[in-house]
Design a protein around this ligand. Structure first.
Ligand code: ATP
Length: 604
């Protein structure tokens, strides 16, 4: 049904208004991201965190404005479908030389699906598949910054080139000693190049914008030699005296994956052509889905769109069935998964047992809080979807029965599009990366007699809680089953329904019993306020197994002491913004920088 003539004048106007809406969005998104540089230079950490949080809202605000304009100026909802068909074709035309066509297509989808009935959600009217290529987009303006810069050092000039690379970002704050830090980076690189012949194409490619997040700025690039490519990232921080330092040098796909993890806040990056950034980053982390890279760059709606396309593609090329997720069932969430696909799907139950004093709205509020908060590598990001349709025959009957029993309001089964196949539609769900629940991980370690695995998991578990605490999050329910282990052995929290800001909690000692009756009472005899927390009482829930107990008490006994929690709370209230490192602390150049400074002082 391709129209031969584009003869509806309002179609062009609607397409144009839609693109105006997107352009306004991207311009605001980009300038907010670009301002991250100034906030970094001024050490405005509260401002940086606020901006990270607020930028997440931009998309929905602009979509709402665009829908309103289209309704007011063009009565968009009343236009015949023939006109809408032409709107899409005009829009494609307008995107020919656009620098963010894939984002503009997604914006078109969001706006259009708010206006059109869902029977029109197919490729004639929205971008089920992308129409405009994102390959080889370049900014032709003479003053334009390229997506990445290439440097051609020799072994002899590598140090000077490293200094030049960092210098070219023109950070306004001076470095403590850039020559020294470049030497540390050089040593780290030299160790990797020691026995390697440098080929004709030896070069360093560096993305032109810094990546800002929290208190850090990252240089991201790769070293190319012959057929091999070595990804790297250099985190720049403010040192103790307010001058800048390169904190470490990270190399290889695994270390970059930690920096770009789904459990961290989104980066602020000043990008004219995001697709080119994604393509470059994908060459550094080929196993990371493109959707997740968009999300890590703050373009979460694009991440969601690509995730969904990948998911539908996976469904078409697999045959297994959705099942209830392994592990202990949640009291608030019904969790299911598809064995062949590395994500879980979470549906909020219609009712909760009495010990869960909460509501659907409150649970959604907690998940939103996590989305907007810095997840410090310890809380999984979630994608939120509404009205998701699945083929009924891909569901195990036991899962359908469970959905009917615990979340009937969220479930609709029928043949909506009349194609003779039944569909399951879930009203609202969260999707997140699948991990190994920590209780299962520990159980497997006990059974295999893997002492080191137990030790690693318990230490990581305590570290995870301490990172959350530093980020002003009290996890609420700290049972093992509420944490998962990621591919690279990190422990991440995923049960958000009881989290609170640490600063809202009251950490108390269990009072001394005043008489024998109180002492012998098996019940809680003292008064407990709604925000009271008694860290001494965590032990019995967590430390049943002697092997776990020993490791825990050796490394994390402070978690059972109210004074630990209270001290952290006071630090946050005093305005302290914690440091978060997406790499092991022993990787930091800090000690070498201090040794170097001491040597200089001694010589003087
Ligand atoms: N990301 C994940 N990867 C793997 N399994 C998961 C994941 N999220 C949840 N699960 C499984 O589903 C169970 C319930 O999930 P979750 O803890 O989010 O639900 P809940 O209802 O909030 O739990 P609770 O009853 O502790 O409040 C977990 O114990 C775990 O077995």
């Amino acid at each position: 049904m391709f129209p031969e003539r584009l003869d509806a004048p309002q179609a062009f106007e609607i397409a144009k208004a839609m693109l105006d809406g997107f352009n306004r969005h991207y311009q605001l998104f980009r300038s907010e991201s670009a301002r991250a540089k100034q906030r970094f230079e001024n050490a405005d950490w509260h401002g940086q965190q606020r901006a990270q949080r607020e930028r997440i809202e931009f998309y929905d605000l602009r979509v709402r404005e665009a829908v309103q304009r289209l309704e007011q100026e063009f009565r968009a909802g009343e236009q015949p479908m023939a006109v809408w068909h032409q709107v899409k074709l005009h829009y494609i035309g307008l995107l020919i030389d656009h620098h963010q066509p894939e984002l503009a297509e997604t914006f078109f989808n969001t706006v259009t699906t708010r206006i059109l009935h869902r029977t029109y959600y197919h490729n004639d009217f929205i971008f089920v598949r992308p129409a405009v290529s994102t390959e080889y987009i370049e900014n032709a303006e003479p003053a334009a910054t390229p997506t990445y810069r290439s440097y051609y050092p020799t072994r002899e000039t590598l140090h000077a080139e490293l200094v030049r690379i960092v210098h070219n970002f023109r950070l306004d704050t001076p470095f403590e000693d850039l020559e020294r830090d470049a030497r540390f980076v050089l040593e780290a690189i030299a160790a990797r190049l020691a026995h390697v012949k440098l080929r004709a194409n030896f070069q360093v490619q560096v993305l032109s914008s810094l990546f800002f997040r929290n208190k850090g700025a990252y240089v991201v690039g790769k070293i190319i030699n012959g057929f091999s490519e070595l990804p790297f990232a250099l985190p720049i921080l403010h040192g103790r005296n307010g001058l800048l330092v390169i904190d470490t040098a990270l190399f290889g796909e695994d270390e970059l994956l930690m920096v770009f993890s789904f459990a961290r806040a989104y980066f602020m990056v000043d990008m004219e052509i995001p697709a080119a950034y994604v393509q470059f980053l994908r060459s550094l982390m080929p196993r990371k889905p493109r959707g997740e890279i968009y999300t890590a760059l703050g373009l979460a709606k694009q991440g969601k769109t690509l995730f969904y396309r990948d998911f539908l593609f996976h469904l078409r090329h697999s045959s297994d069935r959705f099942r209830i997720a392994p592990g202990i069932k949640g009291m608030v969430m019904l969790v299911f998964d598809l064995p062949s696909f590395p994500y879980v799907f979470k549906v909020i139950r219609d009712w909760f047992p009495p010990q869960k004093d909460t509501t659907r709205e409150q649970v959604q509020g907690k998940y939103l809080l996590v989305k907007q908060h810095d997840r410090v590598g310890r809380m999984a990001d979630t994608l939120e979807y509404r009205d998701v349709a699945f083929a009924r025959d891909r569901f195990e009957d036991a899962l359908i029965a469970e959905l009917r029993a615990v979340a009937p309001s969220q479930l609709e089964i029928g043949d909506r599009d009349g194609d003779g196949h039944e569909e399951v539609v879930i009203r609202h769900l969260y999707i997140e990366r699948r991990m190994i629940p920590l209780n299962i991980y520990l159980q497997e370690a006990f059974e295999a007699g893997a002492v080191e695995q137990v030790e690693h998991a318990v230490i990581e578990y305590g570290n995870a809680i301490k990172d959350l605490v530093a980020a002003n999050i009290f996890p609420g329910d700290m049972l093992w089953k509420n944490f998962g282990v990621t591919r690279n052995g990190k422990v991440v929290f995923y049960d958000y329904d009881e989290i609170e800001y640490l600063t809202d909690c009251n950490f108390r000692k269990v009072p001394e019993p005043r008489n024998e009756e109180e002492e012998l009472s098996g019940e809680v005899w003292y008064k407990v306020g709604p925000h009271d927390v008694f860290p001494e009482t965590f032990g019995p829930f967590l430390l049943g197994h002697p092997a776990v107990r020993d490791v825990f008490m050796k490394h994390h006994a402070d978690l059972l002491d109210p004074a630990f929690w209270q001290a952290r709370k006071e630090r946050i209230l005093a305005g302290d913004v914690y440091d978060v490192f997406p790499y092991e602390r022993d990787k930091r150049f800090l000690r070498r920088q201090q040794a170097d400074a001491a040597a200089v002082e001694a010589a003087a």
